[in-house]
Design a protein around this ligand. Structure first.
Ligand SMILES: Cc1ncc(COP(=O)(O)O)c(C=O)c1O
Length: 408
């Protein structure tokens, strides 16, 4: 099956009782055993029946099957949120004295949980620019167990070479874990390049309607599945059946939504590039993007996320965000509606300023998640909001001074 067919058919009901086309929501916490012997057999694993929803549930399984098929992986494990997927994988693959090498500009809480929580239990972490394979090589230690990539990264939209990182990790005896949230399996399937574990925040493109939070872990083999699944069951970051059903409904239109959002993003990137109030644009589809060639090799498209620098720095960004009318000022991404946010004061505010700037998350950086509206409406909204910076600068002394400094 090809990917659009999988998005619609993988995980579809196998044994439908009434001919249902959509998987029912099995909204039950527990499952009855026909006999005591059968109950014992289910716990012993000799009968495949369900026991308890924290461990497995048919609606959740349908979603796990769907995403694992899209990722070309062995099996999926659905989690309550993307962060639950990330922390479950860390809990399963890292131990006291272990070391992890991670992309420096990862989703803020991913870094915070490693530095603030896992560090307490003796896990060491290094954050490097993984778009440079040499930096990964240099950061490896004898106790490195995991190399962790977020590609494209949030919010700097840098790409890391998955095949190259997988070879380095394998040679060192470490595992490669990739957060594939920004690309979605429609555009990038890290397991095809040697990744061991793929993580998603389903909250983004896979669900796509900004109405559910959720996460997914997909492993490339059975051994890793068996290592991670018990940790998920015991720590309990499991998904709810209704949540799974909503995400499954979203996934059905993933190809259509991603194609549309990507088309809007590529046009907006060109528009922003020539706008007088914009200092730089980071979008993998632009030939000047440092990893434009890599994007062509490991992605099926350039994605829909854009970051750009706005004239007037922090103040310029504030004016821009207060003046958009169609773009919604909100964190998150990957929904049908277009969102705008300011990472330094929002998603990445939990990172220390120094680390944030080292990772390229500058105060002037604005992140866009174009959705599926008409391009012309999105363009006109950004245009009028960007022009408001200039207008406001004329009536605001502080902003004007900042602006003229930037323009010099
Ligand atoms: C790249 C990335 N990974 C993980 C997460 C965490 O996902 P969730 O918010 O579903 O816990 C996010 C959330 O924004 C994200 O952008």
């Amino acid at each position: 099956m090809k990917k659009s067919t999988k998005a619609i058919h993988a995980g579809a009901p196998h044994n439908s009782q009434f001919g249902e086309v959509s998987i029912p929501i099995y909204q039950t916490s527990t499952f009855s055993f026909p006999t005591a012997e059968n109950g014992a057999a289910r716990f012993a694993g000799t009968d495949g029946g369900y026991i308890y929803t924290r461990m497995a549930n048919p609606t959740i399984n349908a979603l796990e099957e769907n995403i694992a098929a899209l990722e070309n992986g062995y099996r999926g494990m659905a989690t309550a949120t993307g962060m639950a997927a990330i922390t479950t994988v860390f809990l399963a693959l890292l131990e006291k004295g272990a070391h992890i090498v991670s992309t420096d500009c990862v989703y803020g809480p991913t870094r915070v949980v490693l530095e603030g929580v896992f560090a307490k239990f003796g896990v060491e972490s290094s954050f490097v620019d993984t778009s440079d394979l040499n930096q990964i090589r240099k950061a490896l230690r004898s106790n490195t167990r995991v190399v962790y990539l977020e590609t494209p990264s949030n919010p700097t939209i840098k790409l890391s070479d998955i095949r190259g990182a997988a070879a380095i990790a394998r040679q060192h005896g470490a595992l490669l874990v990739v957060d594939n949230t920004f690309a979605s399996p429609y555009l990038q399937r890290p397991i095809e390049f040697g990744t061991d574990v793929v993580i998603h925040s389903l909250t983004k493109y896979l669900n796509g309607h900004s109405d559910v939070v959720g996460g997914m872990i997909v492993t490339q083999d059975e051994a890793l599945y068996k290592r991670i699944k018990p940790v998920l069951n015991q720590f309990g970051g499991t998904m709810d059946p209704h949540q799974a059903w909503l995400v499954l409904r979203g996934v059905r239109t993933l190809p259509l939504r991603v194609e549309r959002a990507q088309e809007n993003a590529s046009k907006l990137a060109l528009f922003l590039k020539q706008h007088p109030m914009v200092t730089w644009v980071q979008y993998p589809g632009l030939p000047e993007h440092p990893q434009h060639e890599l994007a062509k090799k490991q992605m099926d498209g350039f994605g829909a996320m854009i970051s750009f620098g706005v004239k007037g720095g922090l103040e310029g960004g504030r004016i821009l965000m207060n003046n958009v009318k169609l773009f919604t000022l909100a964190v998150s991404l990957g929904g049908v509606e277009s969102l705008i946010e300011h990472p330094a004061s929002m998603t990445h505010a939990s990172m220390p300023k120094e680390g944030r700037e080292q990772a390229g998350i500058l105060d002037e950086l604005v992140r866009l998640s174009p959705g599926c509206e008409d391009y012309e409406d999105l363009r006109d909204d950004l245009d009028q909001a960007l022009n408001a910076i200039k207008r406001m600068a004329n009536s605001n002394k502080v902003a004007e001074e900042e602006l003229s400094t930037q323009q010099r």
